[in-house]
Design a protein. Structure first.
Length: 190
């Protein structure tokens, strides 16, 4: 059942990443012209603020006349000789394919971590049951008496499960102790 769940989760993640890639590719362009100009009040002499104008034009049209004036109000168009020399226009290229690849990689890493967390959550009851069963069996056997000692050593799987369980218990105790120190005593452990 967990294998089916994990496969379904992977298929959903693949579908979502392809969907996001296809939808974002049509929304953004790799080139743009960015002009930073004074606001309309600056031309009138009252303020010193700046305004940003962005357009998707050819490199030769990346000027105040090609980007700002088509978007500006009529009073700016009439003062273009005074307004345009104060604008700073730059043509920019960006690689959206690289940006998309990095975002998809981050999504995959997060997805794998979530799947790993779900796997550990599903494995936790099995570890606790197996460890409890082994500890009960171990408590029933008297270690000092050679007659009641088990004839076989624990299997490697049981040993690994015990180590994992012991580390998990140690970690849980450490977290509880840290919580107690922080919330009750308001001190941090070193």
């Amino acid at each position: 059942m967990t294998v089916i769940f994990i496969r379904t989760l992977f298929l959903v993640i693949i579908f979502l990443s392809v969907f996001v890639t296809l939808t974002t590719s049509s929304l953004y362009s790799d080139v743009r012209c960015k002009c930073i100009c004074p606001s309309t009040e600056v031309v009138n002499g009252s303020k010193t603020e700046r305004k940003l104008y962005i357009a998707n034009v050819l490199p030769k049209d990346c000027t105040c006349y090609g980007v700002v004036l088509p978007q500006a109000a009529e009073d700016i168009r009439s003062k273009d000789k005074e307004f345009c020399p104060r604008c700073d226009c730059r043509y920019e290229r960006r690689n959206t394919t690289t940006i998309r690849a990095v975002v998809i990689l981050i999504i995959w890493v997060i997805s794998l971590l979530v799947v790993y967390m779900i796997f550990l959550m599903l494995l936790d009851p099995f570890l606790n049951k197996r460890r409890a069963h082994y500890e009960e069996h171990h408590n029933e056997v008297c270690v000092d008496d050679p007659i009641t000692m088990p004839l076989q050593s624990p299997t490697p799987t049981t040993t690994v499960l015990n180590r994992v369980g012991q580390q998990q218990d140690k970690w849980k105790r450490s977290v509880q102790e840290q919580r107690r120190h922080i919330y009750d005593q308001h001190t941090m452990l070193n």
